[in-house]
Design a protein around this ligand. Structure first.
Ligand code: SF4
Length: 457
């Protein structure tokens, strides 16, 4: 998510740049909502930022106030109706809303608000409807922020959210702060962004992270802060550090690349092995592999080349095509791996099938030994807070031991970084993390129905 409030500034163009920097957070749809102080215009579509927007589509987005979104669906179908920002009628010109995370009490909210949402199937629609119903009751100048203040405490789960009407930009972070959100300053205004890397692209100065449970309102008078939830222990998703955030972003004031590199160093200390080459599974395994090499003294090199231009493929998923799909994304550098004892570093193993194919590919390319090192603990429990990791039955570590996973993926040895070492490598242990997918300790109650059948949407 990315939002800008700035006078005499083409805020939609800035948001377009910001969304480019955040493209790694979602590739299914992209959208921008903009206000000129009288009306709100929303343009969104399925596809990458570069596919959805060009000069022609950006030109109607005029005004001093804009929010943008790229979608990664953890729930809900990949259909236009679920692309964001979502626009809803209400007040003088309605409001637009974008959301990152998952809402875990959707069914209860629908029942208590008598909601029936037609074609739309995302939790973000529910959020907009719940706020919109309240806003209709009091559509005055401060009605939108009052509606948010009143209704959002009824919402449970992960919801870093941006909302805008014709004159203010509002940012909210859920009380546990599962997903990041930060505030930046530009010459004529303010920026809210999911990650600091999106501030850098505008040369915006980082001001601070939005606190868990905080609502920020930006209007002509400046920035106003409200703590709308009682204080709760923060639980930033630790996988933002391990995998999700861009390595040039800062979380809890710590550079993500450096943290990943330290995870690799800790892994080399914990699970040393004799080998000829340390190689990453690109791209997210790169910093940890470099850290592993630095600590172990084993040379670092590339063994797989990633095709950066392969997005999602829509071919029929026959077994043969599935087998080939890995080659579309990763091709071995045979000259680098042939005859070598390899340390292959990746950030995580979720379902295991991709790892299994990678190991097979390296062996077919002549690797003498494949020692797999993972810079996080086994991923054993499903995520209900914004990461698409499927149901428990799909997670290879939910039912197999480390030895069995090693056999399944075909590696000579396999080691996962221990949880305490991973947390220590973030250099932010005392700040508070969600680690539920690693240890099953969910920071908030999730209904038995969700545990059994997955999220409602
Ligand atoms: S369950 Fe795992 S992936 Fe989900 S928010 Fe918690 S740490 Fe992140």
């Amino acid at each position: 998510m990315f939002g800008v409030y700035a006078s005499n500034t083409p805020t939609a163009s800035l948001t377009y740049l910001g969304l480019f920097a955040l493209q790694h957070r979602g590739q299914e749809s992209a959208g921008i909502a903009s206000s000129n102080g009288e009306t709100i215009t929303v343009i969104k579509d399925l596809g990458l930022v570069s596919q959805v927007f060009d000069e022609r589509r950006l030109s109607p987005l005029q005004g001093h106030l804009t929010i943008g979104h790229v979608r990664y669906s953890t729930t809900g179908d990949n259909v236009w109706e679920n692309s964001q920002p979502i626009y809803r009628e209400g007040g003088a010109c309605g409001f637009a809303l974008a959301h990152n995370g998952n809402i875990t009490n959707v069914r209860r909210l629908m029942e208590s608000h008598n909601l029936n949402l037609g074609k739309a199937t995302s939790d973000t629609d529910i959020l907009a409807e719940v706020i919109g119903q309240e806003y209709e009751e009091a559509p005055d100048a401060r009605g939108l922020e009052r509606a948010i203040e009143k209704k959002i405490p009824q919402v449970e789960g992960a919801f870093s959210t941006l909302v805008m009407d014709d004159s203010r930009l509002i940012g909210v972070r859920d009380p546990r702060g599962f997903r990041p959100l930060c505030l930046g300053r530009i010459e004529k205004g303010w920026v809210l962004a999911s990650e600091t890397c999106a501030l850098d692209i505008l040369d915006a100065a980082f001001v601070r992270e939005i606190a868990p449970g905080e609502m920020i309102v930006i209007d002509a008078q400046g920035v106003h802060s409200y703590q709308i939830f009682p204080p709760t222990d923060p639980h930033l998703c630790v996988f933002e550090f391990v995998y999700f955030a861009r390595p040039d972003s800062q979380l809890y004031g710590i550079n993500v690349y450096q943290a990943r590199s330290r995870m690799g160093e800790a892994l080399a200390t914990q699970a040393a092995v004799e080998a000829d080459l340390v190689m990453p599974v690109p791209e997210s395994g790169v910093p940890a592999a470099q850290g592993f090499s630095k600590r172990s003294g084993i040379p670092y090199g590339e063994g797989l080349v990633k095709n950066r231009y392969v997005g999602r493929t829509f071919i029929a998923p026959t077994q043969e095509l599935r087998d080939r799909s890995i080659r579309m994304k990763l091709n071995p550098l045979v000259e680098n791996v042939r005859g070598k004892r390899l340390v292959v570093v990746d950030d995580s193993i979720v379902r295991g099938s991709t790892t299994r194919r990678i190991v097979a590919l390296l062996r077919a390319s002549g690797a003498k030994e494949v020692h797999l090192r993972i810079s996080s603990p086994p991923y054993r429990w499903p995520c209900y807070f914004g990461m698409d990791t499927g149901r428990r039955g799909e997670l290879v570590a939910a039912s197999l031991s480390v030895e069995e996973i090693q056999q399944y993926v075909g590696a000579d040895t396999l080691a996962y970084l221990e949880k305490d070492r991973m947390l220590e490598a973030t250099s932010a242990t005392e700040q508070g993390f969600c680690t539920a997918c690693l240890d099953g300790n969910y920071p908030l109650d999730v209904s038995e129905a969700i545990k059994k059948d997955g999220l409602e949407f």
